[in-house]
Ligand binder design. Structure first.
Ligand SMILES: O=c1nc[nH]c2c1ncn2[C@H]1C[C@H](O)[C@@H](COP(=O)(O)OP(=O)(O)OP(=O)(O)O)O1
Ligand SMILES: [Mg+2]
Length: 198
């Protein structure tokens, strides 16, 4: 495959940048698209894959460099997979705290056994803006939605996501531990294989 030293990350989310750079290690430098533009493309796709490709192409076009995008979200069983691709916009763009409050409210009085959920991550890598063959890798992480927020690490819905294999919330995991087992870690594992980085 290609020999990548520098990649643009098609994301304005600092939490993603930190996690993905830690997973990639020193051999590949991730640069945020924020260095070029503060404008976020509209996520008009109907799937994680479509939005990831759309963000990657946009970043490659703006930067002239190969671009990696992460489209991710939380699919809650009781809500039929919502908020899904709309996770970041669940509370109409009011941010993580409002999203979490809305989710807790939507699951008020829902018993433990029906609070299953999965984090989804799709990574898309394009070599240039019009790349006809984007590399796509996905990862899932199964857990449950807690009844109250817990933990200070991570970002987004982490304080509400109970991790069965650790018996704590995702925001209570150390960053290094989350980066071993998360949806993003699984997707990145596949990407590193595809790139011949492992
Ligand atoms: O590990 C995670 N831990 C907690 N929450 C997470 C995680 N991974 C995704 N999420 C949530 C955050 C946001 O509500 C949505 C992603 O939305 P998504 O559009 O992909 O990202 P974003 O708008 O924050 O940044 P950008 O589009 O610039 O990459 O899912
Ligand atoms: Mg987004």
């Amino acid at each position: 495959m290609m020999n990548i030293k520098q990649l643009v990350l098609a994301s304005h989310n600092a939490g993603k940048l930190k996690e993905l750079q830690a997973m990639l290690g020193d051999s590949v430098q991730l640069r945020s698209i924020g260095e070029w533009s503060k404008v976020e493309p509209e996520e008009t796709g109907l799937s994680f894959v479509e939005n990831a490709i759309l963000k990657a192409r946009n970043a490659a076009r703006i930067s002239g460099l190969p671009a990696l995008a992460d489209d991710s979200g939380l699919a809650v069983d009781f809500l039929g997979g919502a908020p899904g691709i709309y996770s970041a916009r669940y509370a109409d763009g009011q941010g993580d705290a409002a999203n979490n409050a809305k989710l807790l409210d939507a699951l008020k009085d829902v018993p433990q056994a029906e609070r299953g959920a999965q984090f989804v991550c799709v990574l898309a890598l394009v070599r240039h803006a019009d790349d006809p063959l984007p590399i796509l890798c996905e990862g899932l992480w199964h857990g449950r939605i807690l009844t109250a927020a817990s933990g200070e690490h991570g970002f987004g819905y982490d304080p509400l996501f109970w991790v069965p294999e650790r018996d704590c919330s995702s925001a209570e995991l150390s960053p290094a531990d989350k980066n071993q087992i998360s949806h993003r870690a699984r997707a990145m594992d596949l990407l590193r294989q595809r790139l011949g980085l492992k």
